[in-house]
Ligand binder design. Structure first.
Ligand code: FMN
Length: 190
């Protein structure tokens, strides 16, 4: 299970000082803004051992802002060590390039568990970053959307289908199941 602590959803609106204007125990300093997130992780872990967390400290999607995203990410990385997370999944940039910075390096330095990175990775960069120990794994987004057989393509070094933004968020199968695969999927229509 992955707790979503990003993209302007509820937990993210508590984390970032651009949206969290509260006073009291859930507003103000980072330890207060992070309180709900840590409580949610603790509660979810009562139900299941395997809980991960997705964070996008730089992303300005849904008008999210923080005065110091690197400090926020660093504080969280330190304090998430005590939560027993199965993994921490961090998007390294901002969809809209409004907030800049390197969040992965301080997170890696502080967080002792499995670190999954996301955003804009090619196969070569993913392998190099994992090989250098900078991260443990990469989550692919658009490449997976356009290549249902992405793991096989990466293993073989096969070329990737380019994604088609015109079909992102479409309502029918277009953009989800109509990209060509290297081999027919079992049960797929001929
Ligand atoms: C069509 C589309 C829908 C997405 N939906 C979500 C979403 O619902 N929640 C989320 O956290 N990220 C969502 N993302 C972001 C991806 O999870 C990922 O972070 C982003 O595409 C960057 O990774 P990439 O460079 O490998 O594509 C979406 C991306 C795309 C292209």
């Amino acid at each position: 299970m992955e707790v979503h602590g990003a993209n302007g959803y509820l937990l993210d609106t508590f984390l970032r000082d651009g949206s969290n204007q509260r006073s009291g125990p859930y507003g103000g300093p980072i330890e207060n803004r992070a309180r709900l997130l840590l409580e949610v992780i603790e509660a979810v872990r009562v139900e299941t051992e395997l809980v991960g967390l997705r964070l996008l400290p730089l992303n300005s999607y849904n008008a999210m802002r923080d005065s110091d995203p690197v400090a926020l990410a660093s504080w969280l990385a330190d304090h998430l060590n005590d939560t027993g997370l199965a993994f921490l999944h961090v998007m390294r940039g901002d969809f809209f390039q409004q907030q800049q910075g390197d969040v992965l390096t301080p997170v890696r330095e502080r967080f002792k568990g499995v670190l999954i990175a996301n955003m804009g990775y090619s196969s070569a960069e993913a392998n190099a970053a994992i090989g250098a120990g900078a991260i443990d794994a990469v989550a692919f987004g658009t490449a997976f959307l356009a290549n249902l057989d992405l793991p096989e393509r990466l293993r073989l070094g096969a070329p990737l289908n380019a994604s088609n933004p015109a079909t992102f968020y479409s309502q029918g199968p277009a953009g989800y199941t109509d990209y060509p695969t290297l081999h027919p999927f079992p049960g797929a229509p001929p």
